[in-house]
Design a protein around this ligand. Structure first.
Ligand SMILES: Cc1cc2nc3c(=O)[nH]c(=O)nc-3n(C[C@H](O)[C@H](O)[C@H](O)COP(=O)(O)OP(=O)(O)OC[C@H]3O[C@@H](n4cnc5c(N)ncnc54)[C@H](O)[C@@H]3O)c2cc1C
Length: 235
């Protein structure tokens, strides 16, 4: 998996702080911006997040390059509708030499790995044979979920909050959870205040709201402080 932050709205912390302050101020926008240096801007964003006043987060967007992930992952990713996506096409790009993602649980089991590799190679041969008879858009029907894909995805900070709450959670599937944590790390560097409270719900002030679906093992502060932001990719 390769995830990069391709670009984002300039000065995201400053823009969100100014948009938030505007709601509660009689001053003009230029004056608001000059007053929101460093600490004041950070305090404004913290207040905004504590109030659940989320719409100012929509003014800043983040564009990611995502490569080497499975089609199983991309199907889950594009369910997040408040976003824009461009994905490599299996209609227009021939996939004879497709890369694939091997789940760690399969990689760790010699028997499962042998089955998996045999199936992938059989599908690769079937795909190549079909290409002799039908267009790529039809041959692709035999390609596996493991098939690697690449996307460009753009989400605003409000949508990213929702994405991180759902997908950094231990209940999320291992591959999209790994992606979410990589994306979270990237945006925290670009906008540390905007994403100061982003992540799985169990890390937020409101806590896990999953009830009986809760995993029962919230991320601990020591886990995060210890640099173990990378969750187990297996569970
Ligand atoms: C652990 C887990 C398991 C899952 N299992 C399944 C599964 O078994 N089957 C399955 O089909 N999906 C499953 N999903 C996907 C899930 O149902 C959502 O489709 C996905 O997480 C996108 O979330 P979202 O709708 O909040 O995001 P977005 O589409 O980005 O929407 C963001 C928010 O906007 C609002 N919104 C967007 N569109 C509408 C709308 N049409 N009407 C009203 N409000 C709207 C909602 O508040 C929503 O939370 C699973 C997700 C997770 C995290």
């Amino acid at each position: 998996m390769r995830v990069t932050l391709l670009t984002h709205t300039p000065e995201p912390d400053k823009i969100v702080a100014a948009a938030a302050r505007l709601c509660y101020s009689g001053a003009d926008i230029a004056t608001i911006q000059t007053r929101l240096s460093g600490e004041k801007g950070a305090a404004m964003i913290a207040k905004l997040l504590s109030l659940g006043h989320e719409s100012p987060l929509e003014h800043v967007s983040f564009t990611f390059g995502i490569e080497g992930v499975s089609r199983a992952l991309s199907h889950q990713l594009v369910r997040h509708r408040i976003a824009s996506y461009s994905q490599q096409s299996q209609r227009y790009v021939r996939m004879e030499d497709f890369e694939y993602v091997t789940p760690p649980a399969i990689a760790d089991s010699p028997e499962a790995k042998a089955l998996f590799l045999a199936a992938v190679e059989a599908l690769r041969r079937a795909y190549a044979s079909l290409l002799a008879h039908v267009p790529a858009e039809d041959a692709r029907y035999v390609l596996p979920n493991a098939c690697a894909t690449k996307l460009v995805a753009t989400l605003n900070a409000r949508s990213l909050y929702n994405f991180f709450a759902l997908r950094c959670c231990r209940r999320a599937q291992w591959e999209i959870r790994a992606l979410a944590w990589d994306m979270l790390r990237l945006v925290k560097t670009a906008a540390p205040h905007v994403f100061g409270q982003a992540g799985a719900d169990c890390l937020s002030a409101r806590g896990c709201g999953k009830g009986e679906m809760s995993c029962g093992t919230p991320y601990s502060k020591s886990e995060l402080d210890g640099g173990q932001h990378e969750p187990s990719r297996r569970s």
